[in-house]
Design a protein around this ligand. Sequence first.
Ligand code: AN7
Length: 409
Amino acid sequence: MQLKPLSKYALKCPRCGYEVEPSPYIMRCPRCGELLDALLIAEKIKIRWGELRGRGVWRYRDLLPEFKNVVTMGEGSTPLIRLRAYPNAYVKFEGANPTGSFKDRGMTVGVSLASSLRVRGVIVASTGNTAASAAAYSARAGIDCMVVLPKGGVAKGKLGQAILHGARIVEVPGTFDNALEYVLSTVLESGSAGNASYYPLNSINQWRLEGQKTIAYEIVEEGGVPDYVFVPVGNGGNIYAIWKGFRELMELNIIDKMPKMIGVQASGAAPLVKYWRGLGEAKVDKPSTVASAIRIGKPVNWFRAYRAVKYSGGTFIDVSDDEILAAQRILGKEGIGVEPASAASLAGYLKALNSGLINVKDKVVLIATGHALKDPDTLLLSSDNNAISISSINELKALIINGNVKIKY
Ligand code: AN7
């Protein structure tokens, strides 16, 4: 049975070319096991780019699975903010989404799909943001949500959100990679999710990623095609989704060039950088970085991310935790609050500038994937934390009069 919302798609294996009928449950190629591409069928697409209506993700409904009942909270339409310090760099501030990360773009599609199926709820393994977003959208839809998290590995804001929205929280030992293995081994045996009572919405799910590709559409509508797009990479789903978005606009003759995709990983968790450099499989054993969102050693979408970077003429680079935290503070001084993983894109940009990989005149978009409030602990540990304690009004007066308090106009 073909599901109507998916009827504008073909489901094709990027490795062996095998094609299957689009289904919510088939994510891997039945022949070779690779994750399938959900390809729009050009003849079935009617879109007038100049006449789009509405805002957010569903402004692009002609290029998305369409549902009778859409579970939405106005996600998308996030600001593109020009940096004062680097006037050719624009930050796509995904922290402005309903739960504070780009995951909401995927969840509005993924949870709409899940709630159109006869499932009890959705299930995700997560470093935190996927959990927060799945929890909120499931709550909105009135279905269950189970989140499988690496114990001790999730930033407080995200864990708090999952609790707030009533998700069933399951903590497992080890890293995100272990959590994902728990989930995939349970619901995705032999390439199909079967009729699981909990529908898997990790980024292996190509339908969820369809929502995330709208980042590319918004960039094009607001500022045209940049020379480079810098994306923090964990599992690799998002960089693939954004690249796919640009590719589709090329195929529909809406744009005439592609940006180069630059994948940025934290040095202690950089399996794709390792693979890119020919140093073995896209796997590292004990991923470690302050950026807990991208503390991922075995990116399940590694081949998707690799293709996005390769076909766009981009590259993978890694940045140290110190570079990530410094970039987070630079953005902070511009009024833009991002979590550490998100600062990786600016850190990568600065590294690419310094190494001569790109020019300061190149137009770049830095994807700021998640909000600063997600990880308050890291903010409080910052070397810029200059809090002092006083206990009288006079002390405050003295501080202001002595000029020890920096007031900038
Ligand atoms: C802020 O929430 O994997 O390369 O489980 O939260 O698509 O994995 C989060 C990933 C970048 C990496 N920035 O995106 C999860 C999870 C932030 C993130 C990424 C994540 P992918």
